[in-house]
Ligand binder design. Structure first.
Ligand code: F58
Length: 842
């Protein structure tokens, strides 16, 4: 604030001693040594790799925070519109490598650490992943932050500072076991901002009265208060000093008189219990990636985070002293799924209850401010909250929701007189027992734009789950922004040698900021030397993964075999079960072959990875089956290198950085119409792997970009899924013959006690096969045969992968963010004068 700023005459001294970011190796080393000796209170006699990691990170953090400060000052001074990305999940992974590369000083750090006695790879390995997310949705948010900063957009992320991120997965006797992920022991990347704290209210009652002017005033009283404290994480852009902020809120008991009273009364234990209850709010990330469970603590998390973030945003706006009507010109808020939808209600509450605006004026501001991104059409994932629970926890918000709903339904009624069915279908309140608040409908009504995350998905939401809303609001409110990934982490960082090879041909690293430049690679698709280098890098990446497999599972795999990878959250709709059934089919086929036939086979390593939600029993059974098949196949001497089956424990962002560059083929095989987009499909292709996949999500657009001849598509189309399901339920159906043999093998206890897997088999055989495993199985295994065939022609295969990479420019998250900025947020970049001086043409 102005009161805290240094008076003009004294500012000279400040300027003279302003922190200067290090640029040279010597200055970097000086910073590292200083941090070891002072911040960490160690010395050269007890500086292990953890301490070296800590000191190197602190050196970079200091550098980032200096730029962070300048960026924030620049934005405040320019007084431009900012975008706020509200997400309950940010799956950031590791920060040090990313910071070094984005700042452009990795080589400096490498040499500096070398001088001090460390290998940079070992230091990078010390870092614990920031795993504040489940899967694609959380990782997308992280890629978006990277693009927002790299493109110099004035943008903040707002999230929760969970004490426990997504659980660590251990495989014990073939079963998934969950271990808590306590990651905050030492986190050099966050700045606690104890001065930025907001009191958040829960429970209590509402009271209405008329003020002197006769106006109805509503107050929300009583209940309990929890304190939100800000922790800031600097987000460096690539090749720009622009450094954005990710603000994560942490919960603590508000130290009010209440506690003291209890304390003085000798009720110490209960005052400590209050403290702990408050801290529980930000304690753990909910590990479900597709099921909405409606737990009160989850709703508390959502309100806590949304209320603190909005308080912060509104406070920042009020400092500009503008009229409320200008709020949407200064602020855009994006709702990452429905989790932050309460923000719509909270802003309306602030404007009418606290700032005294009229309902209509306030609502106009609210709807102009928000945009909503949908990530799923699965009905079990669509968020609903029970009205009684809401009433108890957030009474004022529920009453505002009722008012929003009433106004909305009245306008629907005016345009569709007498259509009671329609009113019931679109009501924000579902007339069930108990009544439920439909959060997606609230998000649609409260936003000016709603987007899906890939073309097919955006079409599907318009024609299925949100169809009525398209009729009510018109088609222009609904749009598509196809997902993207940051090439900085997913090419340059994960695959440095490939990035360098590409740079050597394209004359520098500029493609990392304009990925369409990759197009120029296409002319090398038949260049012998280039192809040799390209293939050699893929092989080296496979050797690295093979080593990881050896140390983590004990299984030796042949790096020359075809690496077939499926890594993502375990879910029936993603159909890892179909993959493992296909593997069993392959195993049976090999066993039945003679020696001559076997010689013609391409050896294959089938690699799986991913976490199952702790309460999702079917998904856990899939994990168990994969491990059980591995135990049999990998020990079958008769099969040897022809087939290996690997389950990689604890798949996360840092493991993905090793796994993705090592694929020959990766699997994106969801039942058509179920995977909103998928983003790892993009990562795999960008790293020179091919895809086997269904016509689903972004696979379709990847095909359009890279050409149908460069992807292995199979299976039924989304428009046929409904009829097929109907036929399962009402007709007689023959199981696919090959799949039936697979089931016989399982039932004959080939992979251990068949009872363990009966639910998996039963879902396909007897319970309607909702995910169409049998329907797609034949197409799947014949397409896998085509993969074998194609892989035999290595020369052609390598050309395909080069051409594919060359055509992947569209899938950068930079393109994606530019689309959001233009069509939803209406914001412009604020480019620093010194942008782009690190010389990408190197
Ligand atoms: C994913 N959703 C989609 N949800 O499944 C994927 O197709 C898409 O590419 C990605 O979003 C990005 O758009 C997803 O990851 C979750 O993890 C939620 C976590 C919270 C509960 C509900 C699911």
């Amino acid at each position: 604030s102005v009161e805290a700023s240094i008076p003009e005459p004294q500012r000279e001294a400040w300027k003279r001693f302003q922190a200067k970011p290090f640029e040279t190796k010597d200055d970097f080393e000086k910073e590292v040594v200083r941090h070891v000796e002072t911040t960490l209170a160690r010395s050269m006699f007890n500086c292990d790799e953890t301490a070296a990691y800590a000191a190197a990170s602190l050196a970079f953090r200091d550098r980032l925070i200096t730029e962070w400060n300048k960026t924030q000052q620049r934005q405040t001074f320019a007084d431009t519109k900012r975008v706020y990305y509200l997400s309950l999940e940010f799956l950031m992974g590791r920060a040090l490598d990313n910071a070094m590369l984005n700042v452009g000083l990795k080589d400096v750090a490498k040499d500096g650490l070398g001088d001090l006695g460390f290998r940079i790879e070992d230091i990078i390995e010390q870092e614990h992943d920031a795993a504040l997310g489940n899967g694609g949705l959380g990782r997308l948010a992280a890629c978006f932050l990277d693009s927002l900063a790299s493109l110099s957009y004035p943008a903040w992320g707002y999230g929760l500072r969970y004490r426990y991120g997504i659980f660590k997965q251990e495989i014990v006797d073939g079963y998934q076991v969950e271990v808590p992920d306590y990651w905050l022991d030492f986190n050099p990347w966050e700045f606690p901002r104890h001065d930025i704290a907001v009191d958040i209210q829960f429970y209590g009652n509402i009271r209405k009265y008329q003020d002197d002017t006769g106006k109805t005033v509503v107050v929300w009283e009583g209940g309990e208060i929890v304190k939100a404290t800000a922790y800031d994480v600097p987000i460096p852009g690539f090749d720009t000093p622009a450094t954005n902020n990710l603000r994560l809120w942490s919960s603590k008991a508000a130290s009010g008189e209440f506690d003291f009273q209890k304390f003085n009364n000798g009720d110490y234990e209960s005052s400590v219990a209050d403290q702990q209850r408050a801290e529980t709010i930000s304690a753990v990330l909910y590990p479900n990636d597709s099921l909405d469970r409606g737990k009160e603590l989850r709703l508390k998390q959502q309100y806590f985070w949304v209320a603190a973030s909005l308080y912060d945003i509104v406070r920042r706006f009020k400092k500009t002293k503008r009229a409320w009507g200008e709020f949407p010109d200064q602020v855009a808020i994006q709702l990452n799924d429905t989790h932050p939808t309460l923000a719509v209600v909270e802003l309306q509450r602030i404007l009418i209850d606290l700032e005294g605006l009229e309902w209509d004026e306030a609502w106009n501001i609210v709807t102009k401010t928000f945009g909503y991104t949908n990530h799923t059409v699965l009905p079990e994932a669509l968020e609903k909250w029970s009205v009684p629970l809401f009433q108890n926890l957030l009474p004022r918000h529920l009453s505002i929701i009722y008012d929003i709903n009433q106004t909305f339904l009245q306008s629907v009624e005016r345009k569709n007189p007498g259509d009671r069915d329609l009113l019931q279908r679109v009501s924000i309140i579902e007339e069930s027992q108990p009544k439920m608040v439909r959060m997606a409908y609230l998000a649609i009504v409260g936003s000016h734009k709603v987007n899906g995350v890939a073309e097919l998905h955006s079409d599907l939401i318009k024609t299925t789950i949100f169809k009525d809303f398209v009729n009510i609001f018109g088609p222009d409110k609904f749009t598509n922004v196809t997902n993207g990934i940051t090439p900085r982490r997913w090419l340059h960082q994960a695959n440095p040698r490939l990035s360098a090879l590409i740079a050597s041909k394209l004359g520098g690293l500029a493609f990392l900021k304009d990925l369409t430049l990759l197009n120029d690679l296409e002319k090398f698709a038949d260049d012998k030397d280039f192809k040799k280098d390209w293939a050699e890098i893929k092989h080296a990446n496979k050797v690295r993964l093979a080593k990881h497999i050896k140390t983590t599972t004990g299984v030796t795999v042949n790096p020359s075999a075809l690496f077939d990878i499926q890594v993502k959250r375990i879910h029936e709709y993603k159909r890892q079960q179909m993959n493992i059934f296909g593997v069993i089919h392959r195993y049976l086929t090999i066993k039945a072959m003679g020696a001559e036939e076997r010689k013609k086979l391409a050896p294959r390593v089938s690699i799986f990875g991913g976490k199952a939600a702790p309460g999702y029993w079917m998904a856990k059974t899939i994990v168990h089956l994969v491990n059980s098949v591995g135990a049999v196949v990998n020990n079958d001497k008769d099969v040897g290198d022809l087939l290996k089956v690997i389950f990689l424990e604890d798949y996360n962002v840092s493991k993905a950085e090793i796994i993705v560059p090592a694929s020959d083929i990766s699997e994106h095989i969801s039942t058509a119409g179920t995977e909103a987009s998928g983003t790892s499909n993009m990562k795999f292709v960008l790293n020179g792997g091919l895809i086997i996949g269904t016509c689903d999500g972004a696979n379709i657009e990847i095909t359009r970009e890279i050409g149908a001849e460069n992807i292995f598509l199979f299976g039924n189309l989304s428009e046929d899924v409904e009829d097929l399901r109907h036929a399962h339920t009402y007709g007689n159906r023959d199981m696919d013959a090959d799949l039936a043999k697979v089931f016989e093998a399982i039932k004959g206890n080939m992979f251990g006690d068949a009872n363990s897997f009966s639910a998996l088999v039963g879902a396909v055989e007897n319970h309607g096969d909702y995910y169409l495993v049998s329907d797609d199985f034949h197409s799947y295994i014949t397409t896998q045969d085509m993969v074998d065939e194609a892989y035999r022609d290595q020369d052609e295969w390598v050309s395909k992968t080069i051409i594919s990479v060359a055509r992947m420019g569209f899938f950068t998250s930079d393109r994606c963010i530019n689309e959001y900025a233009e069509s939803i947020w209406n914001i412009e970049p604020l480019v620093p004068e010194t942008e782009g001086q690190s010389g990408l043409e190197r």
